[in-house]
Design a protein around this ligand. Structure first.
Ligand code: FES
Length: 183
């Protein structure tokens, strides 16, 4: 009985082996293993990894070659001639966020950024003050704060005369309240 079972079992295995071998090659089929990594899949994985590395490397090279330039307007600029500003006027140069103030004593430049939380104050011609729309901070014409939360006066930028007679404003140089360009 036992021999009979063994013989039948052996026959079955032999039949299976013959069928599998005679068909197209299937990796692991004879051993009943799950499909293992084939050369083709290994090739594609390597190919993708290679191009992944090439892309990362190219990206790094491009980042290195493209200069990291700031496109913000320069802090140094010319603001026309003193005669362009009428006596007593407050003129906003919007692109530079600077007011040019002309008074009897001369000309000075106030930076149009509130010293509380950096909103842009407005010049109120009738009241002759700057008022911040965000939290109501107020400044006199000379930039000194007198109401609301701003902790200090508006910043005053250095103004000089360029060789061509035009005003040269340098926002990177903050000067004191007494700094006025006599013109
Ligand atoms: S930002 Fe101007 S008062 Fe607050």
């Amino acid at each position: 009985m036992v021999d009979e079972i063994d013989v039948r079992y052996l026959k079955k295995i032999r039949e299976k082996a013959t069928t599998e071998v005679s068909g197209p090659y299937k990796p692991g089929a004879l051993l009943d293993h799950p499909k293992t990594i084939t050369r083709r899949s290994l090739f594609w994985v390597s190919w993708l990894a290679f191009w992944g590395l090439v892309s990362m490397w190219s990206f790094a090279v491009v980042r290195y070659l493209v200069p990291r330039v700031s496109y913000e307007p320069s802090s140094l600029f010319k603001a026309g001639k003193p005669a362009d500003y009428a006596m007593g006027s407050v003129t906003l140069i919007g692109a530079r966020k600077v007011w040019i103030v002309r008074e009897e004593k001369g000309i000075y430049a106030l930076i149009a950024v509130c010293t509380h939380l950096s909103c842009q104050p407005l010049w109120l011609e009738q009241e002759q003050i700057f008022k911040c729309p965000c939290h109501g901070g107020q400044f006199y014409k000379n930039g000194v704060n007198f109401a609301g939360p701003p902790p200090r006066p508006l910043d005053r930028a250095l103004v000089t005369l360029a060789d061509d007679g035009r005003l040269l404003v340098d926002k990177s140089q903050i000067v004191g309240l007494e700094s006025i360009l006599p013109v």
